[in-house]
Write a protein of this length. Structure first.
Length: 202
């Protein structure tokens, strides 16, 4: 029996990343990243499954966020919102609500942050306006390291760009971080990601 798990963080897709992060059960995390079902893993040699669990644990604890302003998914180029100050009230409100349950809404969140390019000249570009009807399916294939990098970039730069009218109050941010734990008590990945950012700033 073979348990094929991505060797590096950049090879993990958002759909796999999302499923793995919605549980603390290592068997289910192995299943999520290998494409196998948990009942199939029960037939795996014990040493093989132990090694797979060790690798999955290493991947999830040693993620390396990567920021890419322009990405390509399924033949379409997407760009992250180029100017946070141009974000509409609707975009802020929808992101705030969706971030309360990041893993459930991750593809939708990414579809708001990244939208199809309408113009590109070197590093300059523009994107389609927000409609609330963005296609989210393509983002299931988004590399996990870019997902982490996008959220980290958004939280570290978009928030500071809104210093006069911050989209999240301190109380709302605390509530958001608290909501990152699901019914199984999943560790707050969002808090961990932000801690990495603050360590880098020191």
């Amino acid at each position: 029996m073979k348990i094929a798990i991505p060797e590096k963080w950049k090879d993990v897709h958002l759909s796999e990343f999302r499923e793995a992060m919605m549980t603390e059960d290592l068997n289910k995390q192995v299943a999520a990243l290998s494409g196998l079902e948990t009942k199939q893993l029960r037939k795996a040699p014990a040493l093989l499954l132990t090694a797979a669990k060790k690798h999955v644990k290493f991947l999830l604890e040693n993620e390396e966020p990567r920021y890419e302003p322009i990405i390509e998914l399924e033949g379409t180029k997407y760009g992250i919102i180029p100017d946070w100050k141009r974000m509409t009230t609707g975009e802020w409100i929808d992101l705030e609500n969706l971030l309360k349950d990041f893993w459930q809404n991750a593809p939708k969140i990414m579809s708001i942050l990244y939208r199809p390019l309408t113009f590109q000249l070197g590093k300059k570009y523009d994107i389609e306006p927000y409609t609330t009807r963005e296609d989210t399916e393509a983002f299931d294939k988004m590399p996990a390291d870019i997902v982490s990098g996008a959220l980290l970039f958004f939280c570290s730069t978009a928030m500071s760009a809104q210093t006069n009218t911050p989209p999240f109050s301190q109380k709302e941010e605390e509530q958001h971080q608290s909501s990152q734990k699901n019914g199984d008590g999943t560790t707050s990945w969002f808090s961990s990601l932000m801690n990495k950012f603050y360590r880098l700033k020191r």
